[in-house]
Design a protein around this ligand. Structure first.
Ligand code: ASP
Length: 368
């Protein structure tokens, strides 16, 4: 039974937390983007940041901490004060990094509050201007014939573009050299410049380059064509059915951020993503507004970490929204393809039950 003193302490703590949430935010909030400025994550953060600044009456400061596929920025949030003034905008890479990095400086499941998902985003298969093939049908034999001459650009080990590229390579049976950047923005600069020849990217930011003829869009993931690029076929239409990768984006905070603040932020993000202006802008940029509450996001995040991070069956992981190419994760440092084995996973939340024998997880040599 609770003593009088502990009851007293408990109720004072409740009062303090309640008061904190009521006053929150009373100073600027930092939203960490774990990629370079000018890329998809950055653009989404700045879009949401402007609207949130107006509604919360506090400035949202976007902090770009790119590098190591997002893990540097993610770690910054894991180690930040859990007072609601440091938030993270991250994507599906959050779920797959545990399988790709031998040692992460944070714990994906324990070090964060999952505030809510804000968007689902397809990936566009892009070639440099002047790349000979115009269709996926022509691209596949071209890649096989020219693989030693072609480089695939990504936004860092574990970035959506990295995972999507690996999955594509394994789906079409070709292995290209991958070049890692600190984010989509510098990767696109080199794709436009022709130093690299291929990439998968979220449509946001690359739409103007495609329209200006500076980049060639070959196909787009998703169930249906993207209204902003209606001439681009889906991967299924282009000849690769089932390649339906989408990148989820969501907001996180350091673990043990007060529940009231988490709920307040979750409600606010859901509200602003639901505003007609925000929706219209997001859809125009190829971002599908998609909102979940903290519990749904935590479950999805947990499932994705387990499915995406630990299963070897990438097709299964794909079906559940986790882009986990775990068959031949390339060791970026030593340049050797390595195998990442599954460990015991039993997940309640996936549609078809997944049960696998335990293996010693052999992680890629990719320490942060
Ligand atoms: N969305 C990018 C990726 O993971 C990174 C970025 O936003 O710059 O490929």
């Amino acid at each position: 039974m609770m003593s009088r003193l502990s009851l007293c302490v408990a109720s004072s703590l409740l009062l303090i937390t309640g008061a904190m949430a009521q006053d929150y935010p009373s100073k600027p909030i930092t939203l960490i983007v774990p990629f370079a400025a000018g890329g998809p994550t950055d653009t989404l953060a700045r879009n949401l940041g402007v609207t949130l600044t107006n509604s919360l009456k506090q400035t949202i400061v976007v902090d770009n901490s790119g590098g190591a596929g997002g893990t540097i920025g993610i770690n910054k949030v894991a180690k930040a004060k859990n007072d609601g003034y440091t938030l993270l905008l991250m994507h599906i890479g959050m779920s797959t990094s545990p399988a790709l990095y031998r040692k992460l400086p944070y714990n994906t499941l324990n070090d964060f509050e999952y505030i809510g998902q804000v968007a689902d985003v397809p990936m566009t298969l892009l070639g440099k201007k002047g790349l000979a093939p115009n269709s996926l049908k022509d691209l596949i034999p071209y890649l096989r014939a020219n693989k030693s001459k072609l480089n695939y650009a990504n936004a860092g080990l574990g970035a959506a573009s990295h995972l999507c590229g690996l999955l594509f390579m394994s789906s079409v049976g070709v292995e290209l050299t991958t070049i890692a950047y600190k984010g989509t923005a510098p990767a696109m600069t080199d794709l436009i410049g022709g130093q690299v020849q291929l990439s998968f990217q979220n449509p946001i930011n690359v739409i103007p380059h495609i329209k200006a003829g500076k980049l060639k869009a070959i196909a787009i993931t998703g169930e249906s064509r993207f209204a902003g690029l209606p001439q681009i076929p889906t991967m299924t239409e282009a000849g690769l059915p089932g390649f339906n990768v989408k990148t989820w984006f969501g907001i996180l905070a350091p673990a043990k951020t007060p529940k009231d603040i988490v709920n307040k932020l979750s409600t606010e993000f859901a509200r602003i993503v639901g505003l007609p202006d925000t929706r219209e802008k997001m859809i125009g940029q190829g971002l599908e507004p998609f909102v979940t509450n903290p519990d749904q996001f935590a479950i999805a995040g947990l499932t994705a970490v387990l499915v995406g991070g630990l299963l070897a069956d990438e097709r299964h992981a794909m079906r559940h929204g986790a882009v986990g190419h775990l068959g031949a994760v390339r060791d970026e440092r030593v340049g050797e393809p390595r195998r990442v084995h599954p460990v015991l996973v039993r997940i309640e939340h996936v549609e078809d039950e997944v049960e696998r024998a335990p293996f010693e997880a052999e992680r890629a040599h990719a320490d942060v």
